[in-house]
Write a protein that binds this ligand. Structure first.
Ligand code: PMP
Length: 362
């Protein structure tokens, strides 16, 4: 099979076609370099320009203020669950964590190994079907930081607006909705995201952090786990994931060419609305997992009346050329991930299939 199908996978996920085509064209010889991006030294002038270009383009795309550093690290978002507390949370201090899903819980687990953790709010008893209101958060004005997960990939919930942490540094795991809409970076002290949903292929993690936080890292940290190491060496302390960073650069250039975060945000909202409207108008045949007000524009999770119907739905979807629709095992049902690069016509095709399925099986 050489034809591309509609990839609703939660990550690694669909990438923009023009970017894949450019990477393919340049894979054998990167223009001017005389060799492939897969072969060049991370110390070469060519790669330095790619890396610097990626940082500059991200700064432009998200209007990242000058007092923030933009780093490319290894270890996935999961390593940030550890690096954040190791760098920012001293053993005698406490951090506030808002728990809105399985990834927030994993972040809490790692932070507890380093220092104190206070759960500012959790919606676990409600199956993580919603995002807490600001008034439900118990925030400690003396906390080392407040950590939250901007979009809950598994449950299909997303913060409509970031929590207000007051003067306490706000730290975000933005792995599954990074750069999917405009963002006010000035409200964040640190934001991290594994690349493999909206930013690129797997293998690189974006970390954007405010410079003043660098002073917090204990001197005893292992070199590779200290943000200062990567900030001082501009993400070139050791060999970085060269190809993944090259892809991130192309994708950020694509986002800029598409009109930036305003335009991308509008398009994402439009795509998600098509899908949620179909769920809401199905007379209860399709039931969204997320409560209204907490719905994600990236991951749309829903159930059908029975598990047998869900199996049948997935089997039929496969035949239509839709891939990656099986919900996470902890929620079950269906999950359609419709990240930045997912085309509107794929959403429309899915809705067409859903309507027909409900009409014949409902
Ligand atoms: N946080 C969120 C919100 C995620 O969706 C994921 C991965 N799906 C992770 C963290 C873990 O990312 P990684 O696999 O890059 O460690």
């Amino acid at each position: 099979m050489t034809e591309r199908i509609f990839n609703f996978g939660a990550g690694p996920a669909v990438l923009p076609e023009p970017v894949l085509e450019e990477a393919q064209r340049n894979l054998f010889v990167l223009p001017g370099a005389g060799m492939s991006i897969l072969e060049i030294s991370h110390r070469s002038k060519t790669f330095e320009e790619i890396l610097e270009g990626a940082v500059a383009d991200i700064r432009r795309l998200a209007s990242v203020p000058p007092n923030y550093r933009i780093l490319f690290l290894g270890g996935g978002a999961s390593l940030q669950f550890s690096m954040v507390p190791m760098n920012l949370l001293a053993a005698d201090r406490s951090a506030d964590y808002v728990v809105t899903g399985a990834w927030s819980k994993k972040a809490v687990k790692e932070a507890k190994k380093v220092g104190g953790v206070s759960i500012a709010a959790t919606t676990e008893s409600e199956g993580f079907a919603r995002i807490p209101e600001q008034s439900e958060l118990t925030l400690d004005p003396g906390a080392a930081y407040v950590h939250f997960t901007t979009n809950n990939t598994i449950y299909g919930t997303e913060w409509a607006k970031e929590p207000d942490a007051g003067t306490v540094p706000l730290v975000a795991d933005a792995s599954s909705d990074v750069f999917s809409r405009p963002i006010d970076m000035g409200k964040y002290a640190l934001l991290y995201a594994g690349a493999q949903k909206n930013l690129g292929p797997a293998g690189v993690t974006l970390v954007i952090l405010r410079e003043d936080l660098l002073a917090r890292s204990p001197k005893t940290l292992p070199t590779m786990l200290d943000y200062n190491t990567h900030a001082e060496s501009n993400s070139l302390y050791n060999t970085p994931p060269v190809f993944a960073i090259y892809m991130v650069r192309l994708i950020v250039q694509w986002m800029l060419a598409e009109g930036g975060l305003e335009a991308i945000g509008r398009r994402n909202a439009e795509k998600a609305k098509i899908l949620y409207d179909a769920l809401d108008s199905s007379g209860g045949f399709y039931r969204p997992h997320a409560k209204p007000g907490s719905r994600s524009n990236m991951n749309v999770a829903f159930r059908l009346p029975t598990e047998d119907l869900e199996k049948e739905f997935l089997a039929g979807a496969g035949k239509e050329g839709f891939s990656g629709l099986k919900g996470h095992r902890s929620v079950g049902g269906i999950r359609a991930s419709i990240y930045n690069a997912f085309p509107k016509k794929g959403v429309e095709a899915l809705v067409g299939y859903m309507k027909e399925f409900a009409r014949t099986k409902g």
